[in-house]
Design a protein around this ligand. Structure first.
Ligand code: CP
Ligand code: NVA
Length: 309
């Protein structure tokens, strides 16, 4: 069975730790491993816009000795005339892995079921697991550990980032809190899945409506855009309903004194976070962005090795 990375819980706690350790090694010696030498090609497909994901995969694949093939869905048959499964069956004859940023999680599942090469979720409406590997790597670098830390996400708790924090944070043994208003809570199934993982790892998951209570004593404070890709028409309503969850200096002051602030970017300063916080001394957003490169390289090295075994 081919291993894929479609959700954060597609890896076990031990495997997640292994990938993060490998990422640290690759960060120290960037060109040490060339599993894609040949060069082998990796297809990186985008149904949605991207800066960090596009650049970090293209550079990472090249670092590993491979050749990135960046495909925009708008100029391909995928999503129009052709199903994910048929596209995958063609690509697997020519590429070593498929990375896909899309809308519905179901498309990724269909693509993965129809192919022998690993499929990596580069963001869907439900999850952003590559970003989480980078975020966990960054927290681990700053704090030396992940297990036992409390991380609070504020804002749109139903978005991909919040749901990935639940699964990946629980896998890492963290205490994950989500603070959001009614109508913006994570999927009950994802919360249940994360809670089951947390039971094994010693972590926990908790949902809050009060942002101050949620952030109290937290080691890491996180937010994301209130208007995820595909939700643009809801912007006015979202800004009105999520205003109380803006991360500002007063809210940061409720967290631990040395709390870190993170944001996957792109950010809307003045909406989900004030400039004072995101550009302030507690913010680690640039290290977080850089770590997309190292974390995804480790993921690709690990996944290719799993599937070669
Ligand atoms: N954080 C993130 O995935 O950024 P991009 O949308 O620019 O890829
Ligand atoms: N939640 C955001 C993340 C962007 C990287 C979105 O889906 O647009």
């Amino acid at each position: 069975m081919t291993r894929h990375f479609l959700r954060d819980d597609d890896v076990t706690p031990a495997e997640q730790a292994e990938i993060l350790q490998l990422a640290l090694e690759l960060k120290r010696d960037r060109f040490a491993q060339k599993p894609l030498a040949g060069p082998q090609t990796v297809a990186v497909i985008f149904d949605k816009s991207s800066t960090r994901t596009r650049v970090s995969f293209a550079v990472g694949i090249a670092d590993l000795g491979g050749s990135p093939l960046i495909i925009s869905t708008a100029s391909s048959q995928l999503g129009g005339k052709e199903t994910p499964s048929d596209t995958a069956r063609v690509l697997e004859r020519m590429v070593s892995a498929i990375v896909w940023r899309t809308y519905g999680q179901a498309g990724l599942t269909e693509m993965a079921a129809g192919t022998t090469v690993p499929v990596i979720n580069a963001l869907s409406d439900d999850f952003h697991p590559c970003q989480l590997l980078a975020d966990l790597l960054t927290i681990q670098e700053k704090r030396g550990t992940l297990a036992g830390l409390t991380l609070t996400f504020l804002g749109d708790g139903a978005c991909n980032m919040a749901q990935s924090y639940l699964l990946a944070g629980a896998t890492a043994g963290m205490h994950v809190r989500i603070a959001s208003p009614e109508g913006y809570t994570p999927s009950e199934q994802v919360v249940a899945d994360a809670a089951a993982i947390a039971e094994q790892t010693g972590g926990s998951v908790a949902l809050f409506t009060d942002p101050v209570q949620a952030v109290s004593g937290s080691d890491v404070v996180v937010t994301d855009t209130w208007v995820s890709m595909g939700k643009e028409e809801e912007k006015a309503a979202r800004v009105a309903e999520l205003g109380a969850y803006r991360v500002d200096s007063a809210l940061m002051a409720q967290a631990a004194p040395d709390a870190l602030f993170m944001h996957c970017l792109p950010a809307d300063r003045g909406y989900e976070v004030t400039a004072e916080v995101i550009d302030g001394p507690q913010s680690i957003i640039w290290d977080e962005a850089e770590n997309r490169l190292h974390a995804q390289k480790a993921l690709m090295v690990w996944l290719l090795a799993q599937n070669a075994a």
